[in-house]
Design a protein around this ligand. Structure first.
Ligand SMILES: *[C@@H]1O[C@H](CO)[C@@H](O)[C@H](O)[C@H]1NC(C)=O
Ligand SMILES: *[C@@H]1O[C@H](CO)[C@@H](O)[C@H](O)[C@H]1NC(C)=O
Ligand SMILES: [Zn+2]
Length: 432
């Protein structure tokens, strides 16, 4: 007996050392800007050493900047807060130790659980899921091969339509351009799930009535799988490409689009962990594939939504500048607010609706490209969830994903009302 206990203890000890993450001793800090001057100072915050990781930028007064700070940088951050009069909250010491290790948990899960849309699934499981949908509902679901990620993972667009030849308006949703934002691909899969199984989606006035849905559930599969490989990599955001002579990996896919590329809010340093824009626009195969979906379907595409986390924002162009808004901004704002209301009616939290670049300009985003280059009239970035940062608990997916789905229903209804066939007929009659 004593022998077994000893072995058990020794094993536990070893496995703890094994999964030691370099974030173990980091502290999650929130800086609270409560005036416009404060907000400016959090937007300008930067760590020359590159050791501090930015988790969430502030998008306004009273909206926090969240950063992960190594022990050696705590003084630097406290000094910055003091100098600028910012309230500093040490939200979580030993941050890395709170993260779950997927690789440890997986074998047990495989035996106990079947696939669930309320799990954080692997890339492979997601592929199996969409293949299964296409096999089971061949008249409804088409998979389009878009190409391969940098590391060679297949990327497939899921097209859901009850009448693919009816030239319906298209809603294009992508997710997971940032590896660590796990709730985003989970939402995209859930959307595919509901659109294929909900009886109400098929009836007159349902989500699929007169609207086609194109969903790319995982834009950055390489980055996503990297974040699943160990707790040390859990905070990875970029792709996993390599460019030129740099020893550093990855490009921020959401700074890589070729519209006002790199004019604001980007880094030119390949080693920058967050916002390296790449050596040129569309340097990444992943962003090229999303661009091609937009361009190939530009005429019919009426709404683009890029799913991210976190912060519970629903933001619209322009992202590259806060100096002015597109002239159609009121329509963008109205639709976003009605989506937020729908989510709230379903018991969810409202979204903070604003123009993306108002407080934190950042160029090269997919939403600006869709709106500015592809001419998609409604384009949004949706930052899902608030609280728990990127480690949104898996057991809460069952609560929040159905709430967000109500927002997507509203998107569908709005797009149909403005661009659907009924509407077109009415316009023709009006002009007769
Ligand atoms: C965290 O701090 C402990 C105690 O100071 C130290 O033993 C350990 O090596 C540190 N972990 C990492 C990953 O740096
Ligand atoms: C920010 O929060 C403070 C304190 O709650 C409040 O007085 C102020 O009006 C808020 N400012 C904005 C712009 O929301
Ligand atoms: Zn993101």
């Amino acid at each position: 007996m004593a022998y077994f206990i000893l072995v058990f203890v020794a094993f536990g000890f070893i496995s703890q050392i094994d999964c030691n993450s370099h974030y173990d001793n980091y502290t999650l800090i929130r800086l609270h800007p409560s005036t416009v001057d404060h907000q400016k100072s959090v937007t300008e915050f930067s760590d020359p050493s590159g050791e501090i990781e930015i988790m969430k930028e502030s998008r306004g007064v009273n909206d926090t900047l969240d950063i992960l700070v190594p022990p050696g940088k705590m003084k630097f951050v406290h000094d910055y807060a003091n100098t600028n009069g910012l309230k500093l909250e040490e939200k979580q010491p030993n941050y890395g130790r709170t993260l779950q290790d997927v690789s440890e948990r997986l074998p047990r899960r495989r035996i106990l659980d079947r696939f669930s849309v309320f799990h954080y699934n692997s890339y492979d499981n997601m592929q199996e899921f969409i293949e299964g949908k296409a096999q089971r509902y061949p008249a409804l679901v088409q998979l389009q091969e878009l190409g391969k990620s940098y590391q060679g993972r297949k990327m497939r667009l899921v097209k859901i339509s009850t009448r693919p030849n009816a030239k319906n308006p298209i809603i294009f949703v992508d997710a997971g351009v940032h590896g660590r934002e796990w709730v985003a691909p989970a939402m995209a899969l859930y959307l595919i799930h509901r659109l294929t199984v909900d009886p109400t989606a098929f009836v007159k006035g349902g989500e699929l009535d007169g609207v086609d849905w194109y969903i790319l559930p995982l834009v950055n599969p390489d980055g996503y799988e990297y974040t699943r490989s160990s707790r040390s990599n859990r905070m990875w955001r970029k792709t996993r490409s390599k460019h030129g002579a740099s020893h550093c990996y990855g490009v921020d896919g959401n700074r890589n689009y070729g519209f006002k590329w790199a004019v604001s809010g980007v880094s030119n340093d390949p080693c920058h962990k967050e916002t390296y824009a790449g050596p040129k626009p569309f340097s990444e195969p992943e962003t090229q594939m999303v661009r091609n979906v937009m361009m190939d379907n530009a005429k019919r595409m009426k709404l683009y939504v890029s799913l991210h986390s976190y912060g519970q924002y629903l933001v619209y162009p322009w992202g590259y500048t806060g100096d002015f808004l597109p002239k159609q901004w009121k329509k963008l704002d109205d639709m976003a607010r009605s989506v937020s209301n729908a989510v709230e009616r379903a018991g969810g939290r409202p979204f903070k609706v604003l123009s993306a670049g108002k407080w934190y300009p950042a160029a090269g985003g997919s939403d600006d490209y869709a709106f500015g280059a592809a001419g998609v009239p409604y384009s949004y970035t949706m930052e899902l969830t608030e609280g728990h940062e990127f480690a949104f608990p898996e057991e809460l997916l069952e609560t929040v994903l159905p709430q967000f789905y109500e927002g997507f229903k509203e998107f569908g209804a709005r797009i149909k009302a403005e661009f659907g066939r009924q509407r077109k007929k009415r316009e023709i009659m009006d002009t007769q």
